[in-house]
Design a protein around this ligand. Sequence first.
Ligand SMILES: [Zn+2]
Length: 259
Amino acid sequence: MHLVDTHAHLDEDAFSQDVDEVIARAVSSGVTAMLAVATTLESSRATIALAARVPQVFAAVGIHPNYAVQAKPGDWEAIEELAASPKVVAIGETGLDRYWDHTPFDVQLDYFRRQMELAKRRDLPFIVHCREAEPDVVSVLREAAGASQLKGIMHSFCGGRATLDAALELGLHISFAGMLTFKKNIELRELAKSVPLERLLVETDSPYLAPQPHRGKRNEPAFVRHTAECLAEVHGRTLDEMAATTTANAARLFGIPGD
Ligand SMILES: [Zn+2]
């Protein structure tokens, strides 16, 4: 069985003591690739360095909406250059966040648009974070798409029907994280059921929000199998089938090996 964790913050402090053991555990649980997703310029350099060192790790570079307020002059130009580095397979994470509201909303919008444009220029998918900003995210995506389709991911999807339908219509992939496995999230599982198989991805969003049965602990890429198991059940498939499906989708989208 091969699984791809499409979203892990492997450069964060939570992993500074044992990232190699964390990756080894993932690999021995069947996670053959993981995407280290950046949040700042410094973090983008770290995800690239990790990807350069570890064969199973690929990198995303970008500026998270909650950190955009801290970006210094020149950071954006540096991100644009880093996007051309080996093993960079996505741009992000980007998106909009009205929950934390750390960054003025117009600055978030500016960075979201820039990152979608950079992704398009480099023919890479972009990774969307969306928290309490669903109508805004949908309108920015629609505006960016125009009459064409987008190449991107709604990461750790936990939105509503209208957002899901719009994202699918615009060509986006939908990535599910540990929240899918939480007992109370019945509606989210209902929505997951309606996502076409060829648009499904799985992720951990490590070190945050570990899936059942690890809820409350530090999350790590090995745990992606629990989300894949839940998604398999929702779609009436076996874990092996769902692993093969989501891994093939990730391989196609990121241009990485599927085995
Ligand atoms: Zn994230």
